[in-house]
Design a binder for this molecule. Structure first.
Ligand code: COA
Length: 334
């Protein structure tokens, strides 16, 4: 069995900055409410007319990650793409990457696990490398939320939270099994699927029905029971980090860098306090980007690395929770 390690990181966010003040012109909200509840100051939303989509942003981030890994697109053996906002209902974004990057006809897989999408995608890629099937896997998380949000007062409790963006990494074979991804931990609880959901379009609620219902039908906007999600998130984040630490005989004191899914700054701060971590041991950038769902961990990891906050030998913990519910963690020896 091999280990896998991250050999290249990249990110791309659209240029268009949308501040809380900008949102207050679209709906009844204000900067104080949003900052106090979520920590978000601004997010990036793709501008109308831009070429960007989840796949296009993912390709931009992927090119950077591949270049930084020192490999070429022809060295990549497999693509895993995590998103809840694919360009098409089908096919998935993974195959678009294969085409956009002009790659050989390698396999491409989409992961549909929402906020824990990147953790799941990394885990899938890790298994392919562990077994020796692939040597270099491109893992992408990207979201184009802004076009699917209810930007009226009706949708304000959800739409102020989400942002667009993409991140990518190259995961490569590591012969030294004390380095790289040490373990991954994945969970789900479908009983709570309806607490954070986009119901339509779905096979049971297809396009003609939606068109007939017109404005009365809000099933195509994300619905979230915010307080219920918050309460479950703080419990599951803690559990799955503990599970990862225990598996590797680590204590919370062994964490050098914690990169949480950027759901809400209050959730990250709660976990930080619970695990006794300093500000330097937790990386947050939700203030700038909002919740970019499957892209959030990989954008944050890329920025933390770019800022020199992760050193060789560090124990890096990634953890996510989101719609499904699904949650997971990854323990990495950098
Ligand atoms: N601006 C101003 N007021 C708003 C608002 C907005 N954007 N959104 C909601 N409100 C209002 C509500 O209508 C409500 O008003 P009322 O008391 O008159 O009915 C009030 O603010 C409180 O709403 P509530 O939904 O109870 O707020 P909250 O404190 O639970 O915060 C969230 C809402 C969404 C920020 C919070 O629940 C949360 O972050 N949950 C977790 C979300 C998350 O992490 N999601 C991603 C998981 S991956």
């Amino acid at each position: 069995m091999y280990n896998s390690k991250i050999t290249g990181l990249g990110k791309y966010v659209p240029e268009n900055v949308v501040t809380n003040h900008d949102l207050s012109k679209l709906m009844d909200t204000n900067d104080a409410w949003i900052q106090e509840r979520t920590g978000i100051e601004e997010r990036r939303w793709i501008k109308e007319g831009s070429e960007d989509t989840s796949a296009v942003m993912g390709a931009k981030a992927a090119r950077i990650a591949i270049e930084r890994s020192g490999l070429t697109k022809d060295d990549i053996d497999f693509i895993v793409f995590a998103t809840l906002s694919p360009d098409y209902y089908f096919p998935g974004c993974g195959v678009q990457i294969q085409d956009m990057l002009d790659m050989p006809t390698i396999g491409a897989l989409d992961v549909r696990n929402q906020c824990s999408g990147f953790v799941y995608a990394l885990s899938v890629a890790d298994q392919f490398i562990k077994t020796g099937m692939y040597k270099n896997v491109l893992v992408i998380g990207a979201e184009y939320h802004s076009n699917g949000l209810d930007k009226t007062t009706r949708g304000r409790s959800v739409s102020v939270i989400f942002g667009d963006g993409a991140g990518a990494c190259v995961l490569s074979r590591e012969e030294d099994n004390t380095k790289g991804i040490l373990s991954t931990h994945l969970h789900s609880q479908g009983k709570y699927a309806d607490k954070l959901i986009v119901e339509s379009p779905s096979i049971g609620h297809w396009v003609p029905e939606i068109l007939n219902a017109k404005d009365q039908d809000i099933s195509y906007f994300p619905y979230m029971d915010g307080q219920f999600v918050f309460k479950n998130a703080v419990v599951r984040f803690s559990e799955v980090i503990m599970e990862g630490l225990a598996k590797n005989n680590m204590q919370k004191e062994d964490i050098d860098m914690f990169i949480p899914h950027q759901a809400n700054l209050r959730i990250s701060q709660f976990i930080q306090r619970k695990f006794g971590l300093t500000d330097d041991q937790v990386f947050n950038n939700i203030q700038k980007y909002g919740n970019t769902t499957a892209a959030s961990i990989i954008i944050a990891l890329t920025e933390a690395w770019e800022e020199g906050k992760i050193k060789a030998g560090d124990n890096v913990v990634l953890a996510a929770f989101g719609s499904g519910f699904t949650w997971g963690s990854v323990i990495i020896k950098w």
